[in-house]
Write a protein that binds this ligand. Structure first.
Ligand SMILES: *[C@@H]1O[C@H](CO)[C@@H](O)[C@H](O)[C@H]1NC(C)=O
Ligand SMILES: *[C@@H]1O[C@H](CO)[C@@H](O)[C@H](O)[C@H]1NC(C)=O
Ligand SMILES: *[C@@H]1O[C@H](CO)[C@@H](O)[C@H](O)[C@H]1NC(C)=O
Ligand SMILES: *[C@@H]1O[C@H](CO)[C@@H](O)[C@H](O)[C@H]1NC(C)=O
Ligand SMILES: *[C@@H]1O[C@H](CO)[C@@H](O)[C@H](O)[C@H]1NC(C)=O
Ligand SMILES: *[C@@H]1O[C@H](CO)[C@@H](O)[C@H](O)[C@H]1NC(C)=O
Ligand SMILES: *[C@@H]1O[C@H](CO)[C@@H](O)[C@H](O)[C@H]1NC(C)=O
Ligand SMILES: *[C@@H]1O[C@H](CO)[C@@H](O)[C@H](O)[C@H]1NC(C)=O
Ligand SMILES: *[C@@H]1O[C@H](CO)[C@@H](O)[C@H](O)[C@H]1NC(C)=O
Ligand SMILES: *[C@@H]1O[C@H](CO)[C@@H](O)[C@H](O)[C@H]1NC(C)=O
Ligand SMILES: *[C@@H]1O[C@H](CO)[C@@H](O)[C@H](O)[C@H]1NC(C)=O
Length: 592
């Protein structure tokens, strides 16, 4: 029997009401960020790059084409990603490539049955040469979609173009070369997986490069997702009654850039926490710092130009190493796996055909480590059991590389200098189901490209207490406390070279949270019993290159209680961000 018109009308109405209701109950999951501009109006033009629903997309990225906007004069490009999801699902990682070059790596928020959504805007202007030619777009969001995992991710990527004027003009790079697996012709992501992949590409650069920097992007997965909680390999079996819980290769990680096998710079990475990380209850609806835009680290390789401009092929390699007490030099391999890519950004000397220079000198001291492990055990009835494992691992390293380069403006000194410190103290009891971590990474770099010296600091204090259910008919739980910050003062080299920023900037953000979270091991999902409070302070001040709509100061104070946002105070002025403090349960402050 055919339904009457009235019935159809009512179903449409019910559907419309239902979808409105479900949208209303969906939760917006935020990341505090510096907005790329004060006002998104007055676009010169805009276009949707793709819209795609990621269901069973494991190893099957979206593949499409980007075409530069026709008949549109623009300087600035902003990408706006918007994602919705509804259902049971893990948080996933997504990588956006233009051809073989990765231009954005983002995590998703962790979905829920009520539904989640967010959008995030990223300034893409440093990729200008890629944005003005046709590109193969590869967006790899590997998702699993089954009766158990019912959340798809619906993603829209939009490009907004503005014809902005800049204080000292816009000077984007002339070329961008990928350091990647170069796999776009096979319609797959060009990410390299370390330590298994080679991590190296061979490049021939033009003879007249005047400036070159390398941007590196690296994040840990699986046994390396929580690398900063890993233990030295010789202690991975301290609690045999809890097998597989502790991962080895130490909590120290160094991402290295190698040019023809020689060290050109390093990154001691920011300890990123994804939205399912340690305790998913901590990250809804405020995600962890940088979760929607994983940070890159830039290394000035201008001192290498006398070598790189010789018309021959040179190797650019990325490598990830950890602390290994059993080898000479104490640097060894890491677990499975790190996803890495890089890109070489170059600016040409229009008035010359050939850059030359003197010898490349370097002063590179290997990292120095200070390492103190202690296992405590008890013996009962002639049976010995380890009761706690406490260790501290500190590291320090300095490097500098310099040369004289000759360009059309005459000879000048090119230099790149880094100074880094790291301290990680962990205390594990209760078969390591109780784990406390007190860590800090600090560093500074300076380059002859800028008079500004940049400093940064990443303190992370974390306490977790897990109860893992032995059957699926009971719930597992975690109680977690976190207090951590990201503090930087100085300049991003790519923004400075491109003209997006014309002076020093400072950013400070702190997340301080406590959460009790229960989950079902069968379907990995929270419960109504979950409680938690997270505060985030975020403050920025800078020197934008934009003549109009540049962000000089910005702050945001967010607070969530039991998965709901109870405070969202946003201002176009900076604010005082309180300092991260030590948590209970760990004795000793990290020293750097
Ligand atoms: C380009 O844009 C201008 C201004 O919007 C318009 O007048 C012109 O007709 C356009 N040209 C083409 C070829 O579309
Ligand atoms: C980004 O896209 C979302 C979804 O279409 C939209 O709501 C939002 O206004 C966009 N943001 C900007 C800055 O255009
Ligand atoms: C890559 O994807 C494009 C667009 O979907 C398609 O035309 C092409 O045949 C694919 N190439 C390969 C090698 O799969
Ligand atoms: C990695 O690749 C580079 C460049 O193609 C090559 O020179 C080098 O031998 C390779 N290394 C290994 C360990 O395969
Ligand atoms: C105690 O820990 C040490 C270091 O990890 C390990 O070698 C040893 O086997 C452990 N002992 C017991 C009884 O589990
Ligand atoms: C660069 O090379 C071209 C072709 O060899 C030559 O015509 C030009 O004069 C050279 N320019 C400079 C600045 O040396
Ligand atoms: C460059 O290195 C070579 C070989 O080590 C040396 O003979 C030469 O004196 C050096 N030149 C300068 C300017 O330092
Ligand atoms: C304790 O164990 C050792 C080694 O297995 C054994 O030699 C000793 O007799 C045991 N002592 C007792 C009191 O059981
Ligand atoms: C583990 O942590 C819980 C909660 O903080 C605490 O009550 C318990 O005493 C701890 N157990 C050990 C052995 O440290
Ligand atoms: C966990 O989920 C499974 C599948 O839905 C269900 O059978 C089981 O009863 C749940 N366990 C608890 C403790 O809720
Ligand atoms: C490690 O944690 C335990 C349990 O919380 C605590 O009793 C002990 O003092 C801690 N040890 C150190 C060295 O911090």
């Amino acid at each position: 029997m055919c339904p009457s018109l009235a019935t159809i009308y009512i179903s449409i109405l019910v559907l419309a009401l239902f979808s409105q209701f479900s949208r209303a109950s969906a939760v917006e999951v935020n990341q505090a960020q510096v907005p790329p501009r004060t006002d998104f109006g007055s676009v010169a033009c805009k276009q949707t790059i793709f819209e795609h629903s990621f269901t069973s997309s494991y190893g099957v990225p979206y593949v499409g084409t980007y075409s530069p906007p026709g008949n549109c004069t623009f300087t600035t490009t902003i990408f706006n990603i918007s994602v919705t999801s509804k259902g049971r699902q893990y948080d996933r990682l997504a990588l956006l490539f233009f051809g073989d070059t990765e231009i954005w790596r983002t995590s998703t928020a962790m979905p829920s049955e009520e539904g989640i959504y967010w959008s995030y805007q990223k300034d893409m202007t440093v990729f200008d040469p890629l944005l003005r030619t046709e590109q193969k777009v590869i967006f790899d969001l590997s998702n699993v979609y089954t009766d158990l995992y019912t959340g798809a991710f619906d993603v829209t990527l939009e490009a907004l173009y503005y014809n902005d004027r800049y204080v000292s003009g816009l000077t984007p790079p002339d070329h961008i070369y990928p350091i990647s697996a170069l796999a776009s012709s096979q319609n797959i992501s060009s990410v390299m997986s370390l330590p298994d992949d080679n991590g190296t590409v061979s490049l021939i650069l033009p003879g007249n490069v005047k400036t070159a920097t390398v941007s590196m992007l690296a994040s840990g997965n699986s046994a390396e997702e929580f690398w900063y909680t890993n233990v030295p390999s010789e202690y991975a079996n301290t609690f045999p009654d809890n097998p597989g819980w502790l991962y080895g290769y130490s909590p120290f990680r160094e991402i290295q850039l190698l040019i023809d096998g020689q060290l050109a710079g390093v990154s001691w990475p920011f300890p990123l926490l994804f939205t399912g990380g340690v305790d998913p209850g901590l990250w809804r609806p405020i995600v962890g710092i940088d979760a929607y835009d994983l940070p890159t680290f830039e290394i000035d390789v201008t001192p290498w130009l006398p070598l790189l401009c010789d018309g021959k092929a040179h190797n650019f390699g990325l490598k990830v190493v950890g602390f290994d007490n059993s080898v000479d030099g104490k640097l060894g391999t890491v677990g499975e796996n790190w996803w890495v890519t890089g890109a070489v950004f170059i600016w040409l000397d229009e008035k010359s055909n050939q850059t030359t220079g003197g010898n490349i000198s370097s002063s590179i001291s290997p990292p120095t480590f200070s390492y103190h492990p202690t296992v405590t055990s008890i013996t009962n009835n002639n049976v010995t059991t380890n009761t706690s494992f406490y260790f501290s691992l500190a590291a320090h390293r300095k490097l500098s590389i310099f040369s004289t380069i000759h360009t059309s403006t005459g000879p000048k000194l090119a230099s790149w200098t880094q100074d880094l410190s790291f301290s990680n103290i962990q205390n594990m009891t209760n078969l390591a189901y109780n784990q406390s971590l007190s860590m800090i990474t600090t560093g500074s770099f300076s380059s002859s490209l800028s008079p500004i010296r940049t400093t940064y600091s990443y303190p992370l204090n974390l306490y977790s207490f897990y109860v893992i259910a032995s059957t699926t008919s009971t719930l597992s739980s975690v109680f977690a406390l976190i207090d951590r910050s990201l503090i930087t003062k100085g300049i991003n080299l790519l923004s400075l070279l491109t003209g997006l920023k014309v002076g020093s900037e400072s950013l400070a953000t702190r997340q301080f949270g406590e959460s009790q979270y229960y989950w079902n091991e069968t379907i990995v999902e929270g419960t109504a019993a979950d409680t938690g409070v997270t505060d985030q302070w975020f403050s920025f001040s800078g020197t934008p290159g934009l003549k109009k709509n540049g962000v000089k100061e910005y702050s945001r104070h967010l607070k969530e209680v039991d998965d709901a946002m109870v405070l969202d105070d946003e201002k176009w002025e900076s604010m005082v961000v309180p300092k991260t403090e030590a948590l209970p349960y760990v004795e000793g402050e990290p020293v750097v």
